[in-house]
Write a protein of this length. Structure first.
Length: 499
């Protein structure tokens, strides 16, 4: 029997230790008859590799983290018919990487001297040297900058000769003084003008392919291309030139690229990515579903689905994920007051708002489990999942959504300042994950996942039509004589599926 195209079947999204203590435990869970064969794709987050910060996204190197995974685990996944989606953090590497440590040890004599971005070399002639030893760029340059944190994106490090030197650092950093020794943790931006960086890119893509990846998510790609006088985020045309060069490398290893970017809908970056032939992350769906359920109105959700179909966009969608529920992306698709309503609802239910640079007018995402964001309503979660399974593209399922995970406030407290994302990253014991498979809301979701995988209506060449009015919403897939239809009432959260 014809099924959904393999590449578009349901994808699980986990850390290697999200279920049990390591990838081996996840394999045991996947072998449970209740869940077996549901996932032919798995997105494993980058703590799979050696890393030191940001739960995997500060990569030291792309060798396997032996405490969490082994090559035999990956081979077993392959033998189970499961393909991988893995991360390549294009913009930065850990300060603890061998490349940066070589710079700290050997200074200007390091073979990696131009591997990272020397802040003062970059801004030479474009600002004023400060008493602290770094160049303060002139306002004409700063006005074009897009910062992810307050202050300049740099980290001052102590070199082998005792001098302090600034390096470009867009994201996280920590400096700890311990027993008179300075210890650095952080994500140092790579210099894409360095030939060694491109050799590293090639080596990394080859390694990810060897691990079994067929999709590579390009984390923070929009920050890689930098030039004085140009934007440091989505620098046009340099960002697109860089992305195309990476695609040529990926083609060597038969890898599909999924560039990760949060940008406002009205900027149409997602459309440009689609036009260039890339898959896009559907960061619009999570907020749109919450909006539709709370407002009991399908208008904006319907508009987005028609956008996907009319523009022929290849998407990867989700409800929850390791990050927050996106808000910035919705600007231009939803009115601002409607976005604020979503924020109010989720915060009232225990979520946290993440703003850019602490600016309340530059909201970025809201952190909560998707189940808690829905008011911990089984009916809303099941309808959300049904809508996701009927969406075009690859449906990606966050493990904690599947078991109806609630906000983890203790994890947030334990993580300290900036630990808001831990609210939706609870690790489950293998026993807890096994028991969850017997819960009604879990088994009903699994039925929906199997429907997406197994119904011929979703197979190659299938066509989706959608229509709605107020709370009434219909999605129908047709493939020859095969039909799968979802009739939903956003007011009551009741739905029916006809096949």
């Amino acid at each position: 029997m014809m099924k959904t195209a393999e590449a578009a079947r349901v994808m699980l999204n986990v850390y290697p230790d999200s279920i049990g203590e390591n990838l081996g435990d996840l394999l045991k869970w996947l072998e449970n008859p209740t869940i077996k064969d549901v996932f032919q794709n798995i997105y494993i987050l980058p703590s799979l590799f050696h890393s030191d910060l940001d739960r995997g996204f500060s990569v030291i190197d792309y060798d396997l983290n032996e405490s969490l995974a082994s090559e035999s685990d990956l081979k077993k996944l392959s033998a189970m018919g499961i393909s991988l989606k893995l991360d390549f953090v294009l913009n930065h590497m850990s300060v603890q990487s061998k490349q940066f440590n070589d710079i700290l040890t050997n200074g200007d004599k390091s073979q990696y001297n131009d591997f990272f971005i020397d802040w003062n070399k970059f801004w030479l002639g474009c600002g004023t040297m400060t008493e602290s030893g770094y160049i303060q760029p002139d306002s004409e340059y700063l006005d074009k900058m897009h910062f992810r944190k307050s202050g300049l994106p740099l980290l001052m490090v102590k070199m082998c000769n005792g001098q302090r030197k600034p390096y470009w650092n867009t994201f996280y950093q920590e400096v700890v003084e311990k027993n008179g020794v300075t210890q650095y943790r952080g994500q140092m931006d790579l210099n894409v003008k360095s030939s060694l960086v491109w050799e590293f890119y090639d080596e990394t893509l080859r390694k990810l392919s060897y691990y079994g990846a067929y999709i590579v998510r390009l984390d923070a790609f929009a920050y890689t291309a930098k030039e004085p006088g140009a934007r440091n985020f989505l620098n046009d045309p340099d960002t697109w030139t860089t992305l195309e060069q990476v695609r040529k490398l990926a083609d060597k290893y038969n890898l599909q690229l999924l560039p990760e970017i949060h940008a406002e809908y009205r900027e149409k970056v997602h459309e440009r990515l689609a036009e260039e032939g890339y898959m896009i992350y559907d960061f619009f769906l999570p907020g749109l579903i919450i909006h539709a359920l709370e407002k009991k109105e399908c208008k904006y959700l319907l508009r987005w689905i028609l956008d996907i179909l009319e523009n022929g966009m290849k998407t990867v969608n989700m409800l929850g994920c390791h990050d927050g529920i996106p808000l910035l992306d919705l600007r231009g698709l939803l009115p601002d007051d409607e976005i604020n309503d979503i924020i109010d609802v989720v915060v009232d239910r225990g979520g946290y708002v993440k703003d850019l640079q602490g600016n309340k007018k530059m909201y970025y995402q809201v952190n909560a489990t998707y189940y808690s964001a829905l008011g911990e309503s089984d009916d809303k979660l099941l309808l959300s999942r049904a809508i996701q399974m009927f969406m075009p593209g690859i449906p990606q399922v966050w493990y904690l959504d599947l078991v109806g995970g609630t906000n983890d406030y203790e994890a947030v407290r334990s993580a300290g300042e900036g630990g808001h994302k831990e609210i939706n990253r609870t690790n489950l014991s293998l026993l807890r994950a096994m028991h969850a498979l017997n819960e009604d809301v879990v088994s009903k979701q699994i039925d929906l996942l199997r429907l997406r995988n197994d119904s011929p209506a979703f197979g190659d060449g299938a066509k989706l039509t959608v229509k709605g009015d107020g709370a009434a919403f219909i999605m129908q897939w047709e493939n020859g004589e095969h039909i799968a239809r979802l009739d939903a009432d956003l007011k009551t959260c009741e739905f029916s599926i006809t096949t």
